[in-house]
Design a protein around this ligand. Structure first.
Ligand code: SIN
Length: 303
């Protein structure tokens, strides 16, 4: 293709990418993305829309695993969840970059992680030093009902909490345990702790109010409802009461967008400033999703 034709195509792509904002608090549909010609200009425009809206959806596209992975690779370095590595329950048959989430049985064995149960509020891979920035979840097979995914806007939650509480949290660290996963199972290479004091468990510490590495806005970062979190320096009962109060905010529908999946939908969320949960579904039906994630910055806080 000549330079002139390339320039014309690139200009067309730039001018045709559009964001249609959802009526709910956050999120937008992306219209006009060309998965057959993913280039830097398109990805730059997509990144800026995604940073603004926190959650974007591709609906009505045919997206292959290869296109899904190519887009992800242009957004950042892949993060590989422990369950997506070769031989693990969420491993993709060919691509270690993809986590398979679902309940489909292949050769008499469930070929996916997380099963069909409800998943409570969390951010992805919050127990890593550098949790993911982007997560891209592609619907491969869907049940007739259930399995909706809810996203919460953590900038808005941060702004909504009472000022006194905000001041109490600014600059503090929260410790998340690395021992158990969201389903309460021991994580790979972990053993049952020999104490009930969660402060002594292997964990990772992150600022509970974090400054987003790209937007520079502040948001609340509280890992997962199921994690044994401790706000470092506070007595345990006080820390637990505050975390409970914060999750009560996250649960308020005014901060949410609900994704009712349609065949082939792909959602790309910013894992730094959103949380998500999903509904369960009737286990006689199959739901299979492919997820990729990209490395984010080490969470930090600036006054
Ligand atoms: C996830 O928690 O990343 C998966 C959400 C879903 O299955 O809808």
């Amino acid at each position: 293709m000549s330079q002139a034709a390339l320039a014309e195509r690139s200009a067309k792509v730039r001018s045709s990418l559009e964001a249609i904002t959802f009526e709910d608090g956050i999120g937008a549909d992306i219209v006009g993305f060309d998965f057959d010609n993913i280039d830097e200009a398109q990805v730059a425009q997509l990144r800026s829309i995604w940073l603004q809206h926190g959650v974007v959806r591709f609906r009505g596209y045919q997206i292959s695993d290869e296109q899904h992975m190519l887009l992800t690779s242009m957004l950042g370095e892949f993060v590989k969840h422990p369950r997506q590595l070769k031989g693990e329950e969420g491993a993709h048959p060919r691509h270690e970059e993809i986590l398979v989430i679902g309940n489909e049985e292949v050769d008499g064995k469930v070929a996916g992680t997380m099963g069909n149960s409800e998943a409570t509020w969390h951010t992805d891979t919050w127990f890593y030093e550098k949790p993911p920035a982007a997560a891209l979840l592609h619907a491969i097979k869907l049940p007739p009902a259930g399995g909706d995914t809810m996203f919460a806007d953590m900038y808005a939650v941060y702004e909504a909490i009472p000022e006194g509480l905000r001041k109490e949290l600014e600059g503090r660290l929260v410790q998340f345990d690395r021992v158990y996963d969201a389903a309460g199972r021991l994580r790979l290479n972990q053993s049952v702790p020999d104490t009930d004091d969660i402060r002594l468990w292997p964990g990772v510490r992150h600022p509970i109010v974090r400054t987003h590495g790209e937007s520079q806005r502040k948001c609340l970062y509280i890992g997962a409802e199921t994690s044994s979190g401790w706000i470092v320096g506070l007595p345990l009962d006080e820390s637990s009461a505050i975390l409970k109060e914060l999750f009560d905010y996250v649960r308020q529908p005014r901060f949410h967008f609900t994704q009712v999946w349609e065949d082939g939908d792909m959602i790309m969320w910013d894992n730094r400033c959103t949380m998500h949960r999903r509904d369960g579904w009737d286990g006689q039906y199959v739901r299979v999703m492919h997820r990729t994630t990209t490395e984010g910055e080490r969470p930090f806080y600036t006054y």
